[in-house]
Design a protein. Structure first.
Length: 164
């Protein structure tokens, strides 16, 4: 199964594609979608969503795992990210690609075994689990790969639980 992972952001949206058979995962491709401050809000959101749709088609993904909004104190910075999440979900659902949202602590727990892991610990586990020699860069791409791994583990675990 091809899984697209997304780390949504307004200026930079990380993405990563992982091939998973439920027990083994291998990286396919990863990167970031960057927007310019010269673009209007609607242009930025549309550009990100369209790019995500193109990546899904190019890599023939079947599912998407996306990091969900996680509020801390700055709600105003979360609003543009929420718009990006909504636009990406809409684009992928048009393409019949199911999207599952995971909180950052859930992704951290699945990838590292600890929901309070720091960014470097998650990136190091992504490196190990996907067999990279170095941590994938930029950081947003590594976070997107973690979201894809989260879906791969969850999906496989749910399938096995149904068999019991």
């Amino acid at each position: 199964m091809r899984i697209l992972g997304i780390d949504p952001g307004y200026a930079q949206t990380g993405w990563g594609v992982v091939e998973s058979n439920g027990q083994q995962n291998r990286p396919v491709s990863f990167g970031v979608i960057k927007t310019s401050t010269d673009m209007s809000d609607s242009e930025r959101i549309h550009f990100i969503a369209t790019s995500v749709g193109q990546l899904a088609e190019q890599h023939q993904v079947q599912m998407c795992g996306m990091e969900d909004i996680f509020f801390t104190k700055n709600v105003s910075s979360a609003i543009p990210v929420a718009k990006v999440i909504g636009a990406c979900i809409h684009q992928l659902r048009i393409q019949d690609i199911p999207v599952k949202l995971y909180s950052p602590p859930t992704i951290k727990t699945v990838v590292t075994g600890y929901g309070g892991a720091d960014k470097h610990q998650v990136q190091e586990m992504v490196r190990i689990l996907l067999g990279f020699e170095t941590i994938p860069k930029p950081d947003h791409a590594s976070d997107a790969l973690a979201a894809a791994l989260c879906l791969a583990v969850y999906d496989f675990t749910q399938m096995r639980m149904k068999l019991v």
